[in-house]
Design a protein around this ligand. Structure first.
Ligand code: NDP
Ligand code: OXD
Length: 310
């Protein structure tokens, strides 16, 4: 019987336990703080494992991330390097990300932050409005989530561009790839959405130079990872007006420290890493499939390439 040790940073533990009990009773689930005999543990399902613990499980066969990203797991210095890592490709997570992205693109496209500020001053001013087909939206990262967001934005009529590491051909998406194409891509992105994984190559990708490459008055939506953005450079670009507004779900330090200037910036919307939550209803069956495949010696679904970092 596979023994899965579980650690979640959320308050959904009971829900997870019930989901496994109902949907995959053949998997024995143990909580992180009550691991029992650690030599029996074969699988770990974790968001943010405490350093040192995974290395103490001699028969661990697989580490599964509780999210789509794996930077928090790959970063662990004492992660047993021979144990494969899988990530979540979860329909519920995808829906949440699409909702967050579409909501914020529409908010910026229809200038809702400006109207909010007008309302505070009781000002009745009609602002210029463009069609979605005249609005270029650029997506950094054309993976599972990037493509789902691109499709939703295309369905609303937006002019969508995307940037990835390797070449893509996606219906109605202006596809750019590789470092050489990044500036050309950014130069056309009036609303830029970051949906990249955090890797050594993408760390700090949205700093002074790349922010300056965006069209004047561009908007930024970051739902990738906080370390993609150099926050001091973003604050400067917001201060000069080069960036008109930002919706930020992820931060260099989470929780975002009290008193951080992003909290109170008039043109920034802060959310506490909730663009999408991993819900047992949809993620439970995906995790059970991963465990079953690994048990049966089949290729592990959504296995991460640890060298590449995603
Ligand atoms: P995928 O692995 O499916 O896609 C990653 C995309 O990024 C791919 O298109 C990949 O290119 C591209 N990419 C990676 N490195 C580079 C690079 N150096 N240069 C250019 N492009 C690059 O990931 P998902 O779509 O499933 O998830 C993306 C990220 O979203 C997660 O890693 C996580 O950080 C974040 N996330 C945040 C959540 C939140 O609540 N805020 C929730 C869920 C995810 P290629 O296709 O060529 O390989
Ligand atoms: C994820 C996340 O990577 O929630 O899934 O950030």
């Amino acid at each position: 019987m596979p023994v899965l040790i579980f650690r979640s940073g959320s308050d959904r533990t009971q829900w997870w336990l019930e989901t496994f009990r109902e949907r995959a009773p053949e998997i024995e689930v143990r909580l992180w703080n009550e691991p029992g005999d650690v030599s029996e543990v074969t699988h770990a399902l974790v968001w943010d494992p405490e350093p040192g613990i995974l290395a103490k499980m001699p028969n661990l066969k697989l580490i599964i991330s509780l999210g789509a990203g794996v930077d928090h797991i790959l970063d662990q210095v004492d992660r047993p390097p021979h144990v494969p890592v899988a990530r979540l490709v979860d329909p519920g997570l995808k829906i949440g990300m699409v909702e967050y992205v579409v909501y914020n693109v529409l908010r910026f496209h229809r200038r809702m932050p400006d109207y909010r500020q007008q309302q505070e001053k009781q000002l009745w001013i009609e602002r210029y409005q463009t069609l979605p087909s005249e609005r270029r939206v650029g997506i950094l990262g054309l993976g599972e989530i990037g493509v789902a967001c691109a499709q939703a934005l295309i369905a609303l009529g937006f002019d969508v561009l995307g940037w990835s590491r390797t070449k893509k051909d996606i219906h109605k998406v202006g596809c750019f790839y590789g470092d050489e194409a990044l500036k050309a891509f950014l130069g056309q992105s009036e609303i830029l959405i970051c949906l990249l994984p955090l890797t050594p190559e993408t760390n700090g990708i949205l700093g002074k130079i790349h922010l300056a490459a965006l069209p004047a008055g561009a908007y930024l939506i970051n739902a990738g990872r906080g370390a993609h953005v150099i926050e001091a450079d973003l604050l400067e670009a917001l201060g000069s007006g080069h960036i008109a507004g930002a919706a930020l779900d992820v931060f260099q330090t989470e929780p975002l420290p009290k008193g951080h200037p992003l909290w109170s910036h008039a043109n920034v919307t802060v959310t506490p890493h909730i663009a999408a939550l991993t819900l047992p209803t949809t993620a439970g069956p995906v995790i059970a499939d991963i465990v079953h495949a690994a048990q049966a010696g089949k290729p592990i679904p959504h296995r991460v390439n640890a060298k590449r970092g995603y």
